[in-house]
Design a protein around this ligand. Structure first.
Ligand code: KG4
Ligand code: ZN
Length: 355
């Protein structure tokens, strides 16, 4: 099944997840392992860069061994190596990228230094059931929604054009910050989504922000401030807003989170709708990133795409958060375009424009 060359080993370590994967020449995910560092960062309520780098170093031997074991392969069976180059935490990036560079150089293998967001961008074409990846169409739109980024891209023959980006906070970042204010344990985003799911929508209406200059850019800091003010108002009214590990949350807090989540997603739909109304409707929209696990986002975007006859590819939940399958897959697409990097010359970059 997984004998289609080239077999690509992907390495991802841009933030706090240590990940390795093997993807074959047809884009099948042969094995994908992600080691999260949740317990190490939880006491601090968020990712501590210094701890993340050390954990990557510690985790790599077990993660790579398990990946090869699940794939039923040895290192000798690997044809191509790919690692994330940036953007991300520099100390974290350096671990995975250095391992990838060393492996490729020592074994004389082709090497790819991958842009993390390019990995996310093409991830909706992967399948979680071990079947071959879908061939991305020559032209499509991509929405990447994660903890560090909220961006809309147009892809044409491998050329990526940025149509909109966030001007301040990222989508997942505000979910984390609101969750942290409510005392929820790290990572807060998925838990905020869960609580919002049981909240009555429409009780708390928060504003869907737009940029005054008419740009399609995103902005989430205003929404964050509105939600923080609402939390203070609830506290003054005597509502317990320190949720901690509790399964339960007061209905007023859940209603607030429902309103917050609806406004955050409303902004994504607003930008897509404006794109459509100005005659630039996507034929196909590929939605990816850790926050693309959000349930309401998946429902709303499905409804919007259905209504307007737009093809939609939502990233499989197995590959929404950071993973190395998307890195190996982006490398496969670059192999096909004849693009490669010199393992002795690439460097990690915490900030990196889209290629
Ligand atoms: O792509 P990712 O794993 O890492 C980055 O590159 O940022 O995304 C992680 C982000 C975090 O901010 C996390 O809280 C958020 O995605 N996230 C969610 C959900 N699941 C993860 N945000 C909202 N709703 C979710 N269900
Ligand atoms: Zn990511």
């Amino acid at each position: 099944m997984h004998d289609v060359s080239p077999r690509i080993l992907g390495i991802e370590s841009s933030c706090d997840d240590t990940a390795a994967a093997v993807v074959d020449g047809e884009g099948r995910v042969v094995a994908s392992v992600v080691s999260r560092q949740l317990e190490s960062h939880r006491p601090f309520g968020g990712v501590v860069p210094e701890i993340a780098s050390r954990e990557h170093l510690r985790n790599w031997p077990a993660v790579s061994a398990e990946t090869l074991e699940r794939a039923g392969l040895g290192l000798d069976d690997i044809d191509v190596v790919a690692a994330t180059r940036g953007p991300g935490l520099i100390g974290s990036l350096l671990v995975g990228l250095s391992i990838g560079r060393a492996l490729a150089y020592a074994r004389g293998l082709p090497f790819h230094a991958i842009h993390h967001l390019e990995g996310h961008l093409y991830s909706p074409f992967l399948h979680a059931d071990g079947s071959a990846a879908e061939e991305p169409p020559t032209g499509f739109h991509g929405l990447v929604v994660s903890g560090g980024h909220t961006a809309l891209y147009r892809v044409d023959d491998g050329e990526i054009e940025t149509l909109a980006e966030t001007r301040d906070d990222a989508f997942g970042e505000v979910f984390d910050k609101i969750g942290k204010r409510l005392g929820l344990p790290y990572p807060q985003g998925p838990r905020v989504d869960e609580l919002a799911e049981t909240g009555v929508e429409g009780k708390v209406e928060l504003t869907v922000a737009r940029c005054s200059d008419g740009s399609l850019d995103f902005s989430y800091s205003g929404l964050k401030s509105q939600a923080l003010i609402e939390i203070e108002r609830l506290e003054r009214a005597g509502v317990d807003c320190d949720l901690g590990d509790a399964e339960e949350a007061p209905s007023a807090v859940r209603a607030l989170l429902a309103g917050f989540r609806a406004a955050a997603i409303g902004q994504l739909v607003d930008r897509l709708e404006r794109l459509r109304r100005t005659g630039r409707a996507p034929d196909l929209l590929a939605v990816s990133g850790g926050a693309a696990a959000n349930r309401l986002m998946r429902r709303r975007l499905t409804a919007w795409a259905d209504e307007h006859g737009i093809a939609l590819r939502l990233v499989p939940l197995a590959f929404s958060g950071d993973n190395a399958a998307m890195i190996a897959h982006a490398a496969l697409l670059r192999e096909r375009r004849g693009q490669r990097d010199d393992p002795l010359r690439v460097d990690a970059a915490s900030r990196l424009p889209m290629p």
